[in-house]
Design a protein around this ligand. Sequence first.
Ligand code: DGJ
Length: 347
Amino acid sequence: MKRNEIIFRLFIAFFLFLPIRAFSIDPVYFGKPLLIKDDRNDYVNAHGGDIKYFNSFFYWYGEDKGVHAASKNGVNIYKSRDLHTWHFIRQGLVSNNYSDLKKGSIVERPKVIYNKLTKKYVMFFHFEKAGAGYSSALIAFATSSNPDGPFNYVRSFRLNRGEYPLNAEASHLNNNGNNFFRDLSSGQMSRDMTVFEDDDGSAYILSSSEGNKTLILSELNNSFTGLTKKFIRIAPGEYNEAPVLFKSKGEYFIICSGSSGWRPNAARLYKSISVWGPWEYVGNPIRSSVTNMKNTFGGQGAFQFSYNNRNIFVLDIWNDKNLSTSNYLFLPIKWDKNGLPFSNNTE
Ligand code: DGJ
């Protein structure tokens, strides 16, 4: 081939390649159920998880699901520069012989935040002791000095033992049964959960509590090694699971699911001008056909992350016959004229 021809061909190839490159740095997977391959050509197995941006990389932390709920290996960690090519780092949650984290324990919904005081990355997750189904209902955490992990298991605990919420007025506490009082001395349950870090560095655990009846939002201490005494109950008696909490333009939003095991149901949206409430139910954030609204496009929320000034809501499409083959759904969030987030699954 002549030199000019080679230059011409490189020139054409460069322009042909441009849109592909631009395409590849976006989550091309918007709006449809996906299985995503990692750089080993295996499916990304990181459910109920979290995508975080640390040290110029996107990290995806999530449940390493086996066929059934009792997680095979805890938490998988992947990293990516572009949200497109995912490098598998490791199964990143490690235990020691003395801890209650064992094979057969259930580990769900891991979320990672960085603590400036301790300079540690802290992974919080829903934890169930091996062989006890979902009855332990604990929050647990593990720490690492590197976002790549491994994360060393520290301990598990129930929420706010012996304490009363900030919104403890009688009408709130007496609402919809007495699970709150039942668990007062042992600590409140923490099943499906998320972690939210506010702009001022304060951070919170938001959990399905009281037998999934009520959400509890508890403030983490400065070192993210335990809780302060501050907490509130949210939406008592409304059976919310899979909470996802995020902030936009000074307002706080929670998107959660109803409670129907692995089967999808209609998403619910709450909003507040303060993390401490009052939280107001504002409807279903999905705008689509009746079926899609009723089942949230078949998905259940896992987490929200911001990318290129967009809020992206990520869901699991559970396959309860084999949880490891559950798909993902990335929904770009739009904003309606009342300033409320919604998704109709298109960009
Ligand atoms: C739905 C939850 O959101 C999942 O995380 C899991 O706990 C299942 N329930 C268990 O049935």
